[in-house]
Design a protein around this ligand. Structure first.
Ligand code: FES
Length: 597
């Protein structure tokens, strides 16, 4: 049988020999379909439009789409078994998310483990038969030095080229006591380093000059693992249920990092990269190294490793001959990204308490002061990134990013493009506005239009076959209008409750309350763009902390840069880990009460 799929007007044909799941076929064809729930039929994101061989709508299709959309042929790819010839139209490839690469000003100091030394070596002769490495090491004046294999491979050639053209003058680049590159002086370059934050949704990479710490350039990209699920548990499930799942997920992120490196490094600067520091949640770093993750998904949630790990970047397929260092995690669900954030925000600098909340795909929280820290992870889910929201989308061009019901139109979009969906900051605004204009009651139930005082707004509430919803963009009669549904309200309520419960439990464990918290740092892309008033209105952030709240951008990326640039910061991280107490919320006796409150 023949499957024809059309993307951006171009047809592609696949011959199938047996009935096959449509989402699986598209994945094999490298068509990046948004599959937030990894094919469980619950997120409603993997939509395709069938134009020939249209299957009967399934129960899941009917739950996710209106009658008008079903009549137009829209179906969920993960619920279709292709059993006969079929033609479908796919939405354009997953759009690139506007990645937050903003970092905090460097306060970490510049003393990287990478350093250079310029030395002059002499030619061997019958009186001096020292080998090449001994000759170089003696010129460096340190018997404790050793040489990395990749540098040893080119040592002889480099040394004799230096003798030939540079009077024996060489630059030796060291990583701690390892010589990692030997270059004739006239060809030597300043050593470079990369700090990379692997988020569940986006990647951010920062290129630094290691001689002075200067940030040369930063770039970002969407994490292509998103096609295997928006949240980490969906991705773990994918690796568990697909024979080559772990290597597929690893390859996706390795390829993405190689692309970022190509963007950042001109061809002649790539060979000057000496170290790559990577941070990310524990599952992301396990995926990167191709490690099994199944044990992280179920109690007792034990990962393969949490300590810092150093290896050669080429060992995992990165196209740079450099050292690769993975930042240490605190626990399975409090990863190196939070370690980085705690360092970037200097959580232990003051005798007063500070809170750090990273509102990414999970909501990780750390509470710290001089000498002690606590950390936890809340199962907030990806609602704040729009993933489980009916018309949710990433922060891409056309995403509705702010909403205010008193404006006309009531929304703005990224890049002033026509609206295509709602991203996290917009989602938060809608929830807050619905509450403030009394379109939902205190339980979160969308009210019937006749119960709403504001008549203009009441006209924007409509009932579909499946749910009640509020129309944000488009006419009320338009089946393709962008809406916020009753289920969306519930998703936000659950996510908010999880984060607030996490905050309450950490404060309780520390024996303090809001008044003892000097500063609340909000990290992550969503945290940077959200309207603080909206977060307070829906109760995500305690009202008492509103004036003490500071958005710190990509604190994980900042922490990775600090780590790259400073051995002192690495010592600080090593000192931070033993004083950080991880609180497992799923088994905490007070969590359910705090969550239900
Ligand atoms: S509904 Fe198909 S991937 Fe979620």
């Amino acid at each position: 049988m023949k499957l024809t799929y059309i993307i951006d007007g171009i047809s592609h044909v696949v011959e199938l020999t047996e009935a096959t799941n449509l989402l699986s076929v598209l994945r094999e064809q490298n068509v990046r379909i948004d599959a937030v729930c990894n094919g469980n039929g619950t997120c409603g994101k993997c939509r395709v439009r069938c134009t020939e061989g249209i299957p009967e709508p399934s129960f899941g299709d009917k739950q996710a789409m209106s009658a008008a959309e079903l009549a137009q042929g829209w179906r969920l790819a993960c619920l279709i078994q292709v059993m006969d010839d079929m033609t479908i139209e796919c939405p354009s490839d997953i759009s690139e998310i506007d990645v937050l690469t903003k970092v905090m000003q460097n306060k970490g100091g510049i003393d990287p483990p990478v350093r250079t030394q310029t030395v002059t070596v002499s030619r061997p002769d019958v009186e001096d038969q020292r080998d090449d490495w001994t000759r170089l090491r003696d010129a460096c004046g340190n018997n404790d030095l050793t040489i990395h294999y990749s540098a040893l491979l080119t040592l002889h050639d480099q040394l004799y080229r230096a003798l030939e053209h540079d009077k024996g003058k060489l630059q030796v680049d060291f990583y701690d006591h390892f010589a990692v590159a030997v270059t004739p002086a006239s060809e030597a370059k300043q050593p470079l380093g990369l700090a990379i934050d692997i988020g569940s949704t986006t990647l951010a990479a920062y290129l630094h000059d290691l001689s002075d710490g200067r940030l040369i350039e930063a770039v970002g990209a969407t994490n292509p693992q998103r096609q295997y699920g928006a949240d980490v548990i969906s991705r773990i499930n994918y690796t568990m249920t697909n024979e080559n799942g772990t290597s597929q997920v690893q390859k996706a992120v390795v390829d993405a990092i190689n692309n970022l490196i190509d963007k950042l490094c001109k061809e002649d600067s790539k060979d000057a990269v000496r170290e790559i520091v990577i941070t990310g949640n524990t599952i992301m770093t396990h995926f990167l190294l191709g490690l099994p993750t199944a044990s992280i998904a179920t109690a007792p949630f034990a990962p393969v490793f949490t300590a810092a790990k150093t290896l050669s970047a080429t060992e995992i397929g990165l196209n740079v001959d450099a050292m690769l260092t993975i930042m240490p995690s605190i626990a399975s669900y409090v990863g190196g990204d939070i370690t980085g954030g705690m360092i970037a925000c200097d959580l232990t600098a003051s005798d007063k308490w500070s809170l750090l909340i990273d509102l990414g795909t999970n909501g990780e929280i750390a509470l710290g002061r001089r000498g002690e820290c606590l950390a936890c992870a809340t199962a907030a889910g990806p609602a704040f990134e729009g993933a489980t929201i009916r018309h949710g989308t990433g922060a891409i061009a056309g995403a509705i990013n702010t909403v205010h019901f008193e404006r006309n139109p009531m929304y703005t979009t990224i890049g002033n493009k026509d609206p295509i969906g709602i991203c996290g900051s917009g989602v938060l605004d809608v929830a807050a506005q619905l509450l403030q204009h009394e379109l939902i009651d205190e339980t979160g139930r969308l009210l019937d239009p006749d119960k709403i005082e504001h008549t203009q707004l009441s006209k924007r509430i409509r009932q579909t076959d499946n749910y009640k919803e509020f129309v944000i963009a488009g006419s009320v009669d338009d089946p393709n209008a962008i809406t916020f549904t009753q289920k969306d309200v519930r998703e936000i309520q659950l996510a908010k409750a999880a984060v607030r419960a996490g905050i309450e439990i950490l404060l309780e464990e520390a024996g303090v309350d809001y008044h003892d918290v000097e500063r609340l740092y909000i990290a992550g892309g969503f945290g940077n763009y959200m309207n603080i008033d909206s977060t307070v209105a829906i109760g995500l952030i305690p009202r008492e902390l509103k004036e003490r709240t500071l958005a710190v951008g990509n604190s994980a990326g900042t922490g990775a840069s600090y780590y790259l640039l400073s051995k002192s910061i690495r010592d600080k991280v090593n000192a931070l880990l033993p004083i950080t107490r991880y609180i497992e919320l799923s088994s905490h006796s007070g969590f359910m009460d705090a969550y239900m409150d």
